[in-house]
Design a protein around this ligand. Structure first.
Ligand SMILES: O=c1ccn([C@@H]2O[C@H](COP(=O)(O)O)[C@@H](O)[C@H]2O)c(=O)[nH]1
Length: 230
């Protein structure tokens, strides 16, 4: 099912609740490091209780044993979607899935491939990855699928190649969304909501174009309409 996920990149509960007050119905939100580190696990429970679906974006990346244990803690929060970095390796991803099995929980577990703020040039010159960005993202996605994950975080630009090689059912969650009139900021691999739809994204993640809009609910509705095409 396709949807728009709103990144709640706020510094505290107060700002977050003020933003959510504008929404009459439950929406799909993303709680990332800024809000989670500031408010702790309780903010996840509270937002779920309000009827919103939650993508808990903590991007786990550590040794396999630590990721397995951290995933067990995270699973207690019953988020709908959780994630980790594919660059942590296959064993790390397998251990995250073992945590889900042992706890009897089935959130969507997705792997970050290359951050949408990364360019091919940066990846090759700073991370010393000597392949094209597309090849790298696809290889990370293949590892994620083999480890049993549900999908990946990538740019919408890489969705066609991922779907072609790994199937329509392998989920693509795509940040780096910028409507025509918005500023890119630190994002590099960007597309509009309409282009993300054409490229086949399952979920688009949108932060500042909504949270910093004059009328966030209106911006959300316009982006949703452009992405879903209805
Ligand atoms: O590759 C990635 C992975 C995660 N993100 C997160 O998505 C949002 C995007 O916010 P904008 O304000 O729309 O840029 C943000 O929370 C990132 O942490 C990403 O952008 N790229």
């Amino acid at each position: 099912m396709k949807d728009v996920i709103v990144a709640l990149d706020f510094k505290n509960r107060k700002e977050t609740m003020a933003f959510l007050e504008g929404f009459k119905e439950g929406i799909y939100v993303k709680i990332g490091m800024e809000l989670f580190y500031s408010e702790g696990p309780e903010i996840v429970r509270e937002i779920r209780k309000m009827g919103h679906k939650v993508f808990l974006d903590l991007k786990l990346h550590d040794i396999p044993n630590t990721v397995k244990s951290a995933m067990k803690s995270i699973l207690r929060l019953d988020a709908d979607m959780v994630n980790l970095h594919a660059s942590g390796g296959s064993v790390m991803m397998e251990e995250a899935m073992n945590a889900c099995r042992e706890e009897g929980k089935k959130p969507l577990v997705i792997a970050v491939t290359q951050l949408t703020s990364t360019t091919e040039e940066l990846m090759q010159s700073e991370l010393l990855i000597d392949r094209s960005l597309t090849e790298t993202v696809l290889s990370y996605a293949e590892n994620a699928k083999k480890a049993g994950l549900s999908g990946v975080v990538c740019s919408a630009l890489e969705v066609p190649v991922i779907k072609e090689h790994l199937g329509e059912g392998f989920i693509t969650v795509t940040p780096g969304i910028r409507p025509l009139d918005s500023v890119a900021g630190d994002q590099k691999r960007i597309v509009t909501p309409a282009r993300a739809r054409e490229l086949g994204s399952d979920y688009i993640v949108v932060g500042r174009p909504i949270t910093r809009a004059e009328d966030p609910e209106k911006a959300y509705k316009e982006i949703k309409k452009e992405f879903l095409g209805v």
